[in-house]
Design a protein around this ligand. Structure first.
Ligand SMILES: [Zn+2]
Length: 178
């Protein structure tokens, strides 16, 4: 389908969000200068943060494409899967620093592990195998995440692992001292 056809489609009232984004991508791709970036992030940095829609990681940190790995999940939790990605990031793609960013007003502060687990079990008949990883104290959760990275031998470079809280209202980062 041509770019113009997407632009025509986007005016239709029943379009969903993804169709609009596909049309946006057409315009974005047309505006790009072209060229190829190395798969290895040139700032040698991996960032772990929450999926929260208010954190525009690239804008908030002055990042551009090709500069850092961005790992996101509910809460910015250092799960086994995040450790998996950090292991690949450092061992195969050259990153050396890890930046953890939690934030104020996180959705994971609005539920409890037991409550959400029971809710999932009641709705599906199956208790999830994964940990829910809700939290109440955001700074303590950053500290726990720092400890998880620093204790993982799968992640070889642990000299520079720093944690922050991002305020979703002021957009400022505050470092958490472990
Ligand atoms: Zn969050």
């Amino acid at each position: 389908m041509s770019g113009q056809a997407y632009l025509d489609l986007v005016r239709l009232p029943w379009m969903d969000a993804i169709d609009e984004l596909v049309a946006n991508n057409e315009a974005f791709a047309n505006a790009q200068p072209g060229g190829h970036l190395d798969v290895r992030p040139n700032r040698k940095l991996a960032i772990v943060t929450c999926m929260d829609s208010r954190i525009d990681v690239f804008a908030a940190l002055g990042l551009k494409g090709g500069e850092a790995h961005i790992l996101r999940n509910a809460g910015g939790v250092v799960t086994d899967d995040v450790i998996r990605s950090l292991a690949v990031s450092q061992r195969k793609l050259g990153t050396r620093e890890v930046m953890l960013i939690h934030h104020t007003d996180c959705g994971m502060q609005k539920l409890t592990d037991d409550g959400f687990r029971a809710e999932l079990q009641a709705a599906t008949g199956v208790a999830p195998a994964f940990a829910i990883e809700s939290f109440t104290d955001v700074e303590e959760d950053v500290r726990q995440s720092l400890r998880r990275v620093r204790r993982s031998e799968f992640v070889p470079y642990r000299e520079v692992v720093r944690g922050f809280v991002y305020d979703v209202d002021t957009h400022r980062l505050r470092e958490v001292v472990a």
